[in-house]
Write a protein that binds this ligand. Structure first.
Ligand SMILES: [Zn+2]
Length: 124
C-alpha cells in the first residue's frame, strides 16, 4: 500500500454550538489540513497520484473556507464547525474535485489541526 499526503493551511473563525467551554465563544484558528491518498498500484510514472492535482483540488476547497466565519456558511450554518466536521467536509469536497485515476487510488483520510497539538481525522 502506498500513501501520499498534501498539507495546506487556512484561517477561519467559528464558535461551537451545544458546547460549554471557551470554544462556544467566537474565535479563530490557523487550521492545517492534511489530505492523504492511498492505493495499491502506481501509475506508469511511478506515482500514486500527481501531487499537483491534489494540491489544486485542496486549494479549490480551502479557498471557500479561508478568512470566513464558518458558522455563517453552508453546511456549517446548521452543522457544527468542529474540526471533525470540517475534516469530513474537506474529504467529500476534495474527492469531488479529483479525477478518478486508472490505478484506483483515492482519498484515504483528511486530518484537520486546530492547533499544533489538537487534530481530528475523518476516514471514510
Ligand atoms: Zn475553535
Amino acid at each position: 500500500m502506498y500513501e501520499v499526503s498534501v498539507d495546506e493551511t487556512f484561517a477561519a473563525a467559528h464558535n461551537l454550538r451545544n458546547y460549554h467551554g471557551k470554544c462556544e465563544n467566537l474565535h479563530g484558528h490557523n487550521y492545517k489540513v492534511r489530505v492523504t491518498l492511498a492505493g495499491e498500484e502506481l501509475d506508469a510514472a511511478g506515482l500514486l497520484y500527481d501531487f499537483t492535482l491534489v494540491k489544486k483540488a485542496i486549494q479549490t476547497v480551502i479557498r471557500s473556507l479561508d478568512h470566513k466565519y464558518l458558522n455563517e456558511m453552508p453546511p456549517f450554518d446548521s452543522l457544527n464547525p468542529s474540526a471533525e466536521n470540517i475534516a469530513r467536509y474537506i474529504y467529500h469536497e476534495t474527492a469531488k474535485q479529483l479525477p478518478a485515476p486508472a490505478n484506483g487510488s483515492g482519498i484515504a483520510r483528511v486530518t484537520v489541526w486546530e492547533s499544533d497539538t489538537t487534530a481530528a481525522t475523518y476516514t471514510a
